[in-house]
Design a protein. Structure first.
Length: 132
């Protein structure tokens, strides 16, 4: 009887360990997949912003980009009105929300320093540049 009880406990412990091991691997996969999606979106947004040009008929702008775990933007994205700014701004809003949710879900920490926005924007060689 004791051997049967011991075997049952041992088998149960094995299955519990295996189940938790799978959950840890799934969590790690979820983390990496979500991180990859956010990184891909970040690259697309940066490429779109970098495709903008400035000249006499466009305006240079900036928008808070990314989400620090403590709150606030990670940086400021510089772009001009030569591109579809509504689309860019919506992408950035979505990206910021997804990164904030990712940070909260996975317990991401960051420094809580405040990133200051540019004090001015200038057009130099058809590219918007931030002045700090």
């Amino acid at each position: 009887m004791k051997k049967l009880l011991f075997a049952t406990v041992l088998i149960s412990a094995f299955f519990c360990f295996t189940a938790f091991q799978c959950n840890e691997n799934e969590d790690e996969d979820d983390f990496e997949n979500e991180k990859s999606e956010i990184s891909t979106m970040q690259s697309q947004i940066i490429n779109l912003a970098n495709s903008s040009i400035c000249n006499d008929t466009t305006i240079c702008k900036y928008i808070g980009f990314g989400s620090k775990a403590c709150g606030g933007p990670k940086s400021y994205l510089i772009y001009s009105t030569s591109i579809k700014t509504d689309s860019l701004e919506l992408l950035v809003k979505t990206y910021n929300e997804q990164e904030a949710a990712f940070n909260k879900k996975w317990g991401i920490i960051s420094d809580c320093s405040i990133v200051n926005p540019p004090t001015d924007l200038i057009c130099e060689n058809n590219t918007c540049k931030a002045v700090y």
